[in-house]
Write a protein that binds this ligand. Structure first.
Ligand SMILES: Cc1ncc(COP(=O)(O)O)c(C=O)c1O
Length: 396
């Protein structure tokens, strides 16, 4: 039995359901409730004084805790409401005043998270030219094609460390090295790796990284982050900005912003304070456990899911190599959407994505029995459905 199961008693939220959906929303640890309570208490008891006593520095404190987990130096991680706005902050650093002539190409794979595709395409109206690299197998990002597309015309390569649909781990090191060799920069989206696959941003020498705490970090919605390599940060001046990024925010000066240095340069307006409290429950816990041990346990559970699927001849949308698979295994079964809805009704929490299937994402708090139960439940639903009269026969 996994020793990580000792942490299960820190999650009252796991009672009464099979919680197998960390790729979407990690289970709530009890400590998140304590942090939320602290937020309410501080607000009630200290009122507006909370800003100077606790809230103003919260983005910095949370950013530094995240930095410690992902190999980023202090004061290099800013906090944002979601990844799309963090990514918009990056885009806003580039315009005709600092994009060298002929270097306006964005390279991304067609399996990139849709929100990010929508954002870059919107900017393609006046700023960027986009080259999309197709992923023909629907699972992996084709490395050779990707490296070939990154050339002297490339400005940015926004790429997920782990593809959300297939949980495929891309070769971030090779992509960053190629980008740097031609003068391009990489935006690594670590949303689907942070908390389940070890990441070290300084070792990778990546230019930017974005991610959020609501999935594998068990931190709840609203706490997303942006890392900018410190030497690069010094040269940038985001246009998507606000009073928190000003060098003298309480001077309330008129006119254009004079940006401060460090992480706050990339903040904008008032931060999402409640989320910055709640997220620390998961953040503290994952830091205490360590992502290396979570990764080992995750690999065991993925192998188990694949074996159970193979025994049944079920198709999976997942890479064969365990080193290239992150925390999710997707089961591509007939009528997956309906099947997923039935599983949810029966308190088996999984989700469904088109061209992918039912995504099963166990985390350190799950037992082997919960995985076996899921398969037994799908078997049961399949038998129940077979014994139902078909709608055509019924109509007839
Ligand atoms: C890789 C990746 N990037 C981004 C997002 C979400 O972005 P946002 O925080 O803007 O909703 C997700 C959500 O599932 C994701 O998996």
């Amino acid at each position: 039995m996994s020793e990580l199961l000792d942490y299960r008693n820190r999650f009252d939220s796991l009672h009464g359901c099979h919680y197998l959906i960390a790729n979407s929303l990690g289970a709530m640890p009890n400590s998140a409730r304590e942090y939320s309570q602290r937020y309410s208490d501080v607000w009630a008891e200290r009122g507006v004084r909370a800003w100077s006593e606790e809230w103003w520095m919260l983005p910095r404190e949370v950013g530094d805790k995240i930095g410690a987990l992902v190999g980023a130096p202090e004061n290099s991680v800013s906090m944002h409401a979601n990844v799309t706005s963090a990514e918009e902050t990056i885009i806003s650093c580039f315009d005709k005043t600092n994009i060298p002539a002929g270097r306006n190409k964005i390279v991304m794979v067609d399996m990139e998270f849709p929100s990010i595709q929508y954002l870059y395409h919107a900017h393609a109206r006046d700023k960027f030219e986009i080259e999309i690299v197709p992923c023909p197998d629907g699972i992996s990002a084709p490395l050779d094609a990707l490296l070939e597309a990154i050339d002297e015309r490339t400005l940015l390569v926004p790429i997920s460390h782990v593809l959300f649909r297939s949980s495929y781990i891309v070769d971030a090191k090779a992509i960053i090295e190629k980008a740097h060799s031609v003068g391009a920069m990489v935006v690594l989206d670590i949303f689907q790796s942070v908390g389940v696959v070890p990441v070290n941003l300084s070792e990778l020498k990546v230019d930017f990284a974005v991610g959020g705490l609501l999935k594998w970090m068990c931190g709840g919605p609203g706490a997303c982050f942006l890392y900018v390599r410190p030497d690069l940060a010094e040269t940038l001046s985001p246009k998507f900005t606000g009073w928190l990024a000003h060098e003298n925010p309480f001077g309330f000066e008129r006119g254009a912003s004079k940006h401060t240095e460090g992480a706050y340069k990339f903040q904008s307006g008032t931060p999402v304070i409640p989320a910055l409290y709640t997220c620390q429950g998961g953040l503290d816990l994952i830091t205490e456990i360590g992502v290396e041990s979570i990764r080992e346990r995750s690999k065991e559970m993925s192998a188990m899911i694949l074996n159970l699927a193979q025994e049944r001849n079920w198709k999976t949308t997942t890479h064969d190599d365990p080193e290239k698979r992150a925390g999710t295994v997707a089961l591509d079964l007939p009528d997956g959407l309906e099947l997923c809805a039935t599983l949810n009704e029966r308190n088996f929490l999984v989700d469904y994505r088109p061209s992918c299937g039912i995504r099963v994402s166990p985390h350190f708090y799950n037992t082997d029995d919960e995985i076996r139960d899921l398969f037994a439940e799908i078997d049961r639903i399949t038998v129940e459905n077979q014994s139902k009269p078909s709608s055509a026969a019924h109509a007839g």
